[in-house]
Structures are given as structure tokens and as C-alpha cells.
Design a protein around this ligand. Structure first.
Ligand code: FE
Length: 203
């Protein structure tokens, strides 16, 4: 069975959306710049906020973290973040010894219920083609240099199985509340292309 069975539908939807946007812009009914602004909000602010909540709760609530690692779909669903029926979420914990990073080698499967819309680079051919083959050089390009003894694991998402990385809680955050921690968690840290920096900035 093809795990990526919905790809043709995604491509079709994509084309229809583009056609619709062109038509609306042509008729002067929408401003493309305003649409870009909305997309940017969902890509960078609104979407990843849900994932950041999940991460901050896992950092502060050991019971929730245990549940999250065992059954991410249920644990994340309990916070009200629900994805497509039949799509399961798996959370991968980054530690001092293991670094997980996610990709969709065939298209752009992404845990949108917790991260919003995927960034353009996630959907780009170079990222999809290279991450599996040479994860370390790709991560270097994101500014992330991992020690040689850290094991790098690359996970290929599908329509039915999507991954969220649980980044390491940074040093210097012991006294911080869950709400304060939410603000530290970046989208890329939940894809695995960066770490969460210490609040002091000296990770
Ligand atoms: Fe995909």
C-alpha cells in the first residue's frame, strides 16, 4: 500500500488554490500581499504555537510527557489539537545522545495540527532529497552542529504518520513557568533543524 496515497489530491488542491488566488487577485477581490501575510502568520506564529504548548507541557509535566511519548495522538488530542482522521502523530524525544529530525521525502506531509503550515524549505526538493542522505551537512546549513558521538535519526513522514520532535529543554530554564517556556520553543526545533536556545542566549 502506498503510504502517500493522498499526494495527487494534495497536488490537485494546490493547483486549484493557486488558480483561485490568481482569479481573485485579477478581479481585485484579494490583495496577494495580504494573503502572504496570512500564510506567514500560520506558518510562523499561529501554527507552531500549538506544538510549543505541547513541548512546554511535556517539559513541566512528567506524566504528560510519558503519555506523549507512548501515544502522541491521544495526548496531543487532549489539548484540543486534532489532525485529520486516520493520521497518527508520533513524538520523538531529542536527548544529549540522540537527535531526531523530520522530513517528507515524497512531498510535504507535516504535523499541521501542531505546527501549522510547512515552511517553503520543508517542501523544497533539496531538503527532501538530501536530509536522508547527508543529515549532518544539511543541519549545518541550519546552523546546527552536532557532536560526532550524537546519533542522528531521520524520520520520513507520510499522510498517515507524522512526527513532532520534542526538543531538549535548554539550560537556564529551571524556574520558568509553562507559559514562559512556550515562548522559547521554535518551529524549527520541533522539526529538528535547530535546538531550543537558552533564554540567556548562551546555549
Ligand atoms: Fe508527504
Amino acid at each position: 500500500m502506498d503510504d502517500h496515497h493522498d499526494h495527487s489530491h494534495l497536488a490537485d488542491t494546490d493547483l486549484r488554490v493557486r488558480a483561485l488566488e490568481s482569479l481573485l487577485a485579477e478581479k481585485g477581490l484579494v490583495d496577494p500581499a495580504a494573503l502572504d501575510e496570512i500564510v506567514d502568520r500560520y506558518e510562523n506564529k499561529v501554527g507552531p504555537r500549538n506544538g510549543a504548548r505541547v513541548v512546554a507541557k511535556a517539559w513541566t509535566d512528567p506524566e504528560f510527557k510519558k503519555w506523549l511519548l507512548e501515544d502522541a495522538t491521544a495526548a496531543i488530542g487532549s489539548l484540543g489539537y486534532v489532525g485529520t482522521q486516520g493520521a497518527d502523530l508520533v513524538v520523538l524525544e531529542n536527548t544529549a545522545d540522540v537527535h531526531n529530525v523530520t522530513v517528507c521525502t515524497l512531498c510535504s506531509c507535516y504535523p499541521w495540527s501542531v505546527l501549522g503550515l510547512p515552511p517553503a524549505w520543508y517542501k523544497s526538493f533539496p531538503y527532501r532529497a538530501r536530509l536522508v542522505k547527508e543529515p549532518r551537512p544539511v543541519l549545518e546549513e541550519f546552523g546546527l552542529t552536532l557532536a560526532s558521538d550524537v546519533e542522528v535519526r531521520v524520520w520520513d513522514s507520510t499522510a498517515e504518520l507524522r512526527y513532532l520532535v520534542l526538543p531538549e529543554r535548554p539550560a537556564g530554564t529551571d524556574g520558568m513557568s509553562e507559559d514562559e517556556l512556550v515562548d522559547l520553543v521554535t518551529r524549527n526545533s520541533m522539526i529538528g533543524t535547530e535546538k531550543v536556545a537558552s533564554p540567556a542566549g548562551d546555549a
